[in-house]
Design a protein around this ligand. Sequence first.
Ligand code: SAM
Length: 286
Amino acid sequence: MPTSNTLLCPLDKQPLTLESRSLKCASGHGFDLAKSGYVNLLPVQNKRSKDPGDSKEMVASRKSFLELGHYQPIADCIVSYVLDRFSPAKSLRLFDAGCGEGYYLNYLESACIEKNYDTDLIGLDISKWAIMAASKSNKSIQWVVGSNADIPLGNGSLEVVTCLFGFPMFTEFSRVLSQNGILLLVDAGAEHLIELRKILYSNIHDYEDGLATGINGFSLIDEQNLKFTFGLQSPQEIQNLLSMTPHIHKAPYSGKEALKKIEKLDLTADVKLRWYVKNTVISESD
Ligand SMILES: C[S@@+](CC[C@H](N)C(=O)[O-])C[C@H]1O[C@@H](n2cnc3c(N)ncnc32)[C@H](O)[C@@H]1O
């Protein structure tokens, strides 16, 4: 197991221990490690659909898009913040909630190795396709199929939780973070992929900042607005980008047909990164 953090049984929350290639709890629930090393901790009864999360096609499209490196400025921003804030002397326990096929976690790991940081990284996603792809790309990170709504980790067991373009569950994030633990939320700003949206929709809705809606138990400590441009050079690259965004489901047929005719596209990335610290709970006796 690449993590020394204890994973918990999704059925009764007891610690899981590794016996040959299976994780077992004291009550005898068992979860086999896949050949590529990931573990599926999403019990059937917790699934809202047969194949939850991003589909195999969406995962493949996002992987192809991210491998082009256009979103590297986002990854660089995360790396420099994390390396500045934490010392290489202590193992950094970081969890990526809704990690997709692991682009950002892989990038962070490479940077940490280069700077001699000791890390314990866990990526979780509800899509088995995403985790299958992630686990094939990197065996030194622990990849888990599971839900942000029920994170299979103990209270206070992490220094950092990241949630990029995902589905934050603040109560769970707060529970698994240690005192002074850091939460990073990343989401689209007002101008994000505006050129794509102008082709897809006849009316562009006013921007609503929903990034931290419902956040509780955290204080904002830093905010970065990252804006940069990049170019897509073929209809296939454009379709890959479309397929990894919610517009693949939301956009009208006419918009998607119009996009198919575009050969090349220059785009704006407009991304918000918000860093929070977990609020300290002061007990009445303090
Ligand atoms: C837009 S993608 C972002 C993936 C990755 N964070 C990135 O930025 O490349 C959102 C991801 O959240 C996953 N997801 C959706 N609901 C989830 C949940 N309840 N718990 C964990 N992951 C979830 C999807 O399967 C998908 O991989």
